[in-house]
Design a protein. Structure first.
Length: 268
């Protein structure tokens, strides 16, 4: 092999983290601490001494892949922050079990955080994640959350100062309860889904605060204040909308199927 070929092989080998491994609390040999790039294969609670909590990840943070027969897998950040270097994904869920993964930032009222990656949280399949709770996604280069869902519940999730949308979701169903999106470089939250329940507070996003596309979606006490384009935009048939506060947005405060409604509470 020519010298430049040897150098190339050495470079490629060096680019593969030598420490990437399965991690979790219930592996056959006992608990294995999680480091950047590791694959979470059992329930895992991140400890203060885990390398993923004490160092800045160069590429991915954690990959979640449950065993095929698992019902659900829980990744609990226990209030800790996973920090990236502007690339990769903070938490990437490949398979969360037959019932989907539970991504827990912390016990209420605290939150864990995923910050500074390319994307904060993403999943490879619609049924990968069942619930995301008490989690903050901030300062990621692209979206805080980019998911395709099938009934995923978001409870006390905050997305702020991300480089694109705070939360971008496609799929069906889902519940967004106590979600806050602010200061994102594009939209606060953008949903392309049917039969979702949406309770969101959006503020100071560069574009629109809340965009909901699809059928039979219900807006529940949505607030959208001080965004750079529209406050709330909904498109589609069916569903109900209740907007408790929508003001000081640069263009329209509220648009339903391209029109500004007369009131802020009703149905389509």
């Amino acid at each position: 092999m020519h010298r430049h070929g040897i150098v190339l092989v050495a470079f490629l080998l060096a680019a593969i983290p030598a420490y990437a491994k399965p991690c979790g609390d219930a592996l056959p040999g006992g608990r294995v601490a999680c480091a950047c790039g590791d694959t979470v294969t059992t329930d895992a609670r991140i400890l203060a001494t885990d390398p993923v909590a004490t160092s800045r990840c160069r590429v991915d943070g954690l990959i979640v892949r449950a065993a095929r027969e698992t019902e659900t897998i829980t990744l609990d950040l226990d209030g800790r922050e996973i920090r990236g270097s502007g690339a990769g994904v903070g938490i990437r869920v490949m398979y969360g079990g037959t019932d989907g993964a539970q991504i827990v930032g912390a016990k209420a009222p605290a939150r864990g955080a995923v910050a500074g990656f390319g994307i904060g949280l993403t999943a490879a399949r619609p049924d990968a994640i069942a619930r995301v709770t008490h989690l903050e996604l901030r300062d990621n280069h692209d979206e805080g959350v980019r998911l395709t869902i099938a009934g995923t519940v978001f409870d006390d999730v905050v997305a702020t100062r991300n480089g694109r949308d705070g939360i971008s979701v496609r799929g069906s169903g889902g519940r967004f309860a106590g979600v806050r999106v602010s200061e994102n470089s594009e939209n606060g939250i953008r949903l392309f889904t049917d039969n979702a329940a949406v309770n969101v507070h959006a503020s100071s996003n560069a574009m629109s605060g809340v965009i909901v596309d699809g059928t039979d979606n219900d807006l529940e006490k949505v607030e959208s204040v001080g965004n750079g384009r529209d406050g709330v935009v909904t498109r589609g048939r069916g569903g109900t909308w209740e907007v408790s506060r929508c003001e000081d947005n640069a263009r329209d405060d509220f648009r339903v199927n391209g029109r500004v409604p007369k009131g802020a509470e009703g149905s389509r």
